[in-house]
Write a new protein. Sequence first.
Length: 329
Amino acid sequence: MPVFVHHDCRRQKEPPHRGAPLRAAVGCLLLFSVISVDVVATDLVVDNVRGSDVQNDRGQAPAAPSFGPYRTINRALAVAQPGDRIILTKTPIPYRECISLTGINNSGSPQTPFRILGNGATVDGSEPPRPDGWDVVPDVHDVWRYRQSPPGFGLLLSSTGGWQSLPPRDNGLLPLTQLEPKSWTRQAASIYIRTEPGKGPRDYPLQMTMLATGITLYDVQHVVIEDLVVRGFRLDGVNAHERVTDTVLRNVTAEFNGRSGISIGGASEVLVRQSQVQENGTAQLRTEGRGVIRLQEVTVDENSAPAISHDGGSVRGQWQPLASDTESR
């Protein structure tokens, strides 16, 4: 397998003395320091149905080695080393977890990037609402309030579709009498819905965005994330927070997230290729600080929310508008 080298000799300062013997001695010392941190990249398989997080395949505990797929992505990330590949098994059950890639162990090199290969799997931050979390709104027929709404940019989702989202007015209030059957709005930190006559919230397959952010990237380089669906998170599907460079999102679908599908901030630059961003709450794409998002063959839904929101940062490249409206939330 390829060997990953952390050290980049081209970034080293020239020694004070330019004599050949001193340069040779310093070069030998640097070479030995590089060899001491060499690692061998490997594949870490994750299966949230048949896997187990009780593995010791890299000697993390004083016990006999054990091998096999992990159950969670976070367990694989905990033992990952530079240049590894995390390979997800697509199962009928979404991976319900927030994941973070941070630092050198979750980075790669130009020759051996750190990869998350999704194989079409879904990372989902939504959960069914608590059955006992609903209150009837007095004096308004068939309107219910969810009193335990998650903070921030929470959305109401339905696995069968057909629900309409009504944004609040500028003052944050929408008369609840204006809610039509199978519509919802968020105001005063609560979610309000109107059901069909004679039905209650438990008669529908509803879900709410509960977990905060799907994939957070911080201080990583040479990362590739591909063939993955990221949906149902309260804030962002993917958030490159700070110092993220040489990173590619390929064939990623970011949808039904409360704030944005993909957010790039800090001193980060990310290339998004052959991906789709749709049905997110506040904006499909978002930049802040000095963040740069580069687009190649990306389809963006301009119907459910603005295509881009800027709080600093910039977008390079053009997106393609979604051909038609997608199914309602």
